[in-house]
Design a protein around this ligand. Structure first.
Ligand code: BDP
Length: 336
C-alpha cells in the first residue's frame, strides 16, 4: 500500500516535470522546462524571430532541458495582458515596447520622450552601452516590476499615418484622432502636435482604424505594414517623433527558480538576441518601406525646417515631464 503511494507520487512528479510545471526544490535546476514567450507581432517579424533564435540556442546549449515556445500574433492578448501574465509567472518572456513599461518603472520613460534621440543610430548606441545596462538593471531591481529586463531591441522611428488626408505639415494634424500607446506621455505628445491623442491597445487598433473610431495612428514601417494598417490608413508622413526601443522582459517568479548558470546563459543569449534582431530589423524596415510604396501609399517626407516645427511643438511635454529625467537626458545627449 505504502509502496503504491510512493510510486504514484513519483509518477505525479514525473508528469509535472514533463509538463514543465515542476520548478521548485533543489533539483529544480535540472528539470525540463518549456519557457513561454509572446509578442504582438507574427512569426517572421524581427522581434519574434530574434526570440525564436534565442530559444533554439537555449535548447542546444542545455541539451533540450530548457526550450522556448513562442505564442506570436497577440495569441495571449495585447501588451498590457502580456506584461501582467509575465508578472505572475503565467508566461516567461514578453517582448514589449518600452511605451507601456514606462508606466511600471518611471525611469524607462526617458526613452518615451519625443525626439529624445538624434536618430536611430543614436538610440542603438545608448541601448548597447552603459545607460542601456543601467536601465535594464533598474527594471530588474525594482520591487514593483516583478520582471527581469533581459535586453533591448530596435524598433526604428514612429511616424503618423491616417485615413483622411496627407499630412504635409504640422498644421494638417489638427483635429485628427490619432491612436497612441497607453502612456500619458504619448497622449500629451500627440495633443502638443495638434492632433487628438487617444490611448488604445495595439490589439484593438486595426478595427478602430477600419471603423473610423480613430482617424490614424503612428508606428514604424514594419508595424504599419505587418499589421496591415496601411490598407485602411493610406497616408504615411515621416514625422519620426518617437524613437522607442523594444524590451524583452522575463518573469521574475520563474527567474528566481532558475540556477545561476541558467540565468547567466539566458543573459548571454539575450544580448545576442539584441544584436540578431538589429540585423533582421534593418532588412525588414527596407522591405516594409518598399511594400508600402508599391501599394500606392503616399509617403510624405519633411525638410529639416519642417521637422523643427514638430520638435518645437512638443516643448510642453518636456516642460511637464522633462525635469525628472534631466540627468539621464544629459547623459543620453552626450553619447556620440
Ligand atoms: C510596435 C511595437 C509593439 C507595440 C506597438 C504599438 O513593436 O511592441 O505594441 O508598436 O503601437 O512598433 O502598440
Amino acid at each position: 500500500m505504502i509502496r503504491r503511494q510512493v510510486i504514484r507520487a513519483g509518477m505525479a512528479v514525473a508528469v509535472m516535470a514533463a509538463a514543465g510545471l515542476c520548478f521548485g526544490g533543489p533539483a529544480a535546476a535540472q528539470q525540463k522546462m518549456v519557457l513561454k514567450a509572446t509578442d504582438v507581432h507574427p512569426l517572421g517579424y524581427p522581434t519574434v524571430e530574434a526570440v525564436v533564435q534565442l530559444g533554439k540556442k537555449l535548447e542546444a546549449a542545455t541539451g533540450g532541458r530548457l526550450s522556448v515556445q513562442m505564442f506570436p500574433s497577440m495569441q495571449l492578448g495585447g501588451e498590457k495582458e502580456m506584461i501582467e501574465q509575465a508578472q505572475v509567472g503565467a508566461l516567461q518572456f514578453a517582448r514589449v515596447s518600452v511605451g507601456p513599461m514606462g508606466t511600471i518603472v518611471d525611469d524607462l520613460n526617458v526613452f518615451n520622450m519625443p525626439f529624445v534621440f538624434r536618430d536611430i543610430a543614436h538610440m542603438n548606441k545608448v541601448i548597447d552601452g552603459e545607460i542601456g545596462a543601467e536601465l535594464l538593471a533598474k527594471l530588474s531591481n525594482s520591487p514593483q516590476s516583478k520582471l527581469i529586463g533581459l535586453c533591448w531591441m530596435d524598433a526604428g522611428a514612429r511616424s503618423v499615418y491616417n485615413s483622411k488626408k496627407p499630412i504635409k505639415g504640422i498644421e494638417d494634424l489638427k483635429g485628427l484622432k490619432i491612436r497612441m500607446m497607453g502612456n500619458p506621455i504619448f497622449v500629451d505628445t500627440m495633443n502638443a502636435l495638434g492632433g487628438n491623442g487617444i490611448a488604445m491597445g495595439f490589439d484593438q487598433l486595426y478595427s478602430a482604424l477600419q471603423t473610423g473610431v480613430v482617424d490614424g495612428a503612428e508606428n514604424n514601417p514594419p508595424s504599419y505594414e505587418s499589421g496591415k494598417h496601411f490598407q485602411v490608413a493610406k497616408y504615411y508622413s515621416l514625422t519620426e517623433h518617437l524613437i522607442i526601443p523594444e524590451i524583452l522582459v522575463f518573469s521574475k517568479a520563474t527567474w528566481e527558480k532558475l540556477s545561476k548558470d541558467d540565468q547567466a546563459l539566458l543573459q548571454k543569449l539575450a544580448r545576442e538576441a539584441q544584436m540578431d534582431e538589429r540585423k533582421l530589423w534593418n532588412e525588414r524596415e527596407k522591405k516594409s518601406m518598399e511594400l508600402i510604396k508599391q501599394s500606392g501609399i503616399e509617403v510624405v517626407t519633411f525638410t529639416p525646417a519642417q521637422k523643427k516645427q514638430f520638435q518645437d511643438a512638443v516643448k510642453p511635454v518636456w516642460d511637464k515631464y522633462g525635469a525628472k529625467y534631466a540627468d539621464l537626458v544629459k547623459r543620453i545627449q552626450a553619447v556620440q
